[in-house]
Design a protein around this ligand. Structure first.
Ligand code: TYM
Length: 327
């Protein structure tokens, strides 16, 4: 069975972009691959957070992932800080990654732009991400479009390590979905939907009530061209609605476009389709929230399983480097 690994940060609530770009595919992969999914709490420390916030957001995110359909009997769901091999290999890979490579990372440029102070961790973040992936002998990494660059870097770093120290890491591939890989903000359709967006009206949260989802789609920014075509450059708002409706109903955005001539019906159908997509998740969310002990048990079991794989791969990497063994 191929090995799949992916991760998500516990910073703010899950949104429609996370679901369509990544989590939906994780749920699908559970039955196709030996899948490992990680709540990357250490990555969340790269930007300032109030004491206690990361822990409670980690539990909330894990709860939401279970509600989305990740099943601990069919995949390994765990928290990054519970498996200490991530930071050990992270350091080794910081020493295998070039300063210039990290400086080119788009996510770093976006997140550091206009900030008074930027942590060193935000800069070296992709080396820790590479460790996450390489620790599991991962073949495939299901992610949204915005993570493609980090997976390319992971491949480069793994190849460099292998050629320096001998065959150690499996070289992973990004698996980016054909639909929903880049969901845009409903109010600013030239920016991706993001937990850090400036207005709540542009983001659809997975726990948004149906009336709020419908309202957000009704108010979605379009344009004044008055035609429905899938053309993300010329019509970003309309194209985003077509992509979302297409992804939610498993159709190509171009074929969805052929069914509409006016923006109003497109907006209301996209809103309704998303409400239907979220309905089962929201009902499961209420159940999992009422049983945090079950979530904690799932995470503990997941960490034990993840650690047994990660320990072996870290030991292999350290042996190939030639660090002095402890015994
Ligand atoms: P994060 O937490 O920002 O996002 C989690 C996943 O959601 C996808 N995504 C989107 N997809 C489509 N449209 C959007 N608007 C959108 N916004 C987010 C992301 O592409 C991602 O797949 N660096 C990673 C976390 C990470 C990771 C890893 C991922 C750490 N280690 C190892 C894969 C493998 C991040 O910040 O994702």
């Amino acid at each position: 069975m191929p090995r799949v690994f992916s991760g998500i940060q516990p910073t703010g609530s899950l949104h429609l972009g996370n679901l369509l770009g990544a989590v939906r595919n994780w749920v699908h992969e559970q039955d196709q691959a030996d899948s490992f999914y990680c709540v990357v709490d250490l990555h969340a420390l790269t930007v300032p957070a109030a004491p206690g916030a990361v822990g409670s957001q980690t539990l909330e995110l894990a709860t939401t992932l279970l509600a989305c359909g990740l099943d601990p009997a069919r995949c390994t769901l765990f928290v990054q800080s519970h498996v200490p091999q991530h930071t050990s290999l992270g350091w080794i890979l910081q020493c295998t990654t070039g300063f210039g490579e990290l400086r080119r990372m788009t996510q770093f440029k976006e997140k550091s732009l206009g900030q008074d102070s930027v942590s060193a961790g935000l800069f070296t973040y992709p080396a820790l991400q590479a460790a996450d992936i390489l620790l599991y002998d991962t073949d495939s990494v299901p992610v949204g479009e915005d993570q493609r660059q980090h997976i390319e870097l992971t491949r480069d770093v793994a190849e460099r390590f292998n050629s320096r120290y001998g065959e150690t890491f499996v070289i992973p591939q990004a698996a980016v979905p054909t639909a929903g890989a880049r969901v845009m903000d409903l109010q600013e359709p030239d920016r991706k939907m993001s937990k850090s967006s400036s207005t709540d009206a542009g983001i659809v949260g997975l726990d948004d009530p149906p009336e709020s989802v419908v309202k957000k789609f009704k108010r979605a920014v379009t344009d004044s061209l008055g035609e429905v075509r899938y053309d993300p450059d010329a019509q970003p708002g309309v194209s985003n609605l077509l992509s979302i409706l297409g992804a939610a109903t498993n159709r190509a955005p171009e074929s969805v476009a052929a069914e509409y001539t006016m923006y109003g019906p497109l907006k209301s159908d996209a809103g309704e389709a998303v409400v239907e997509l979220l309905r089962p998740i929201q009902s499961q969310l209420a159940e999992f929230r009422s049983d945090p002990a079950a979530v904690a048990v799932a995470l503990r079991t997941g960490a034990d399983k993840a650690e047994s794989v990660a320990a072996e791969v870290l030991e292999r990497a350290e042996r190939h480097i030639g660090l002095l063994p402890r015994r």
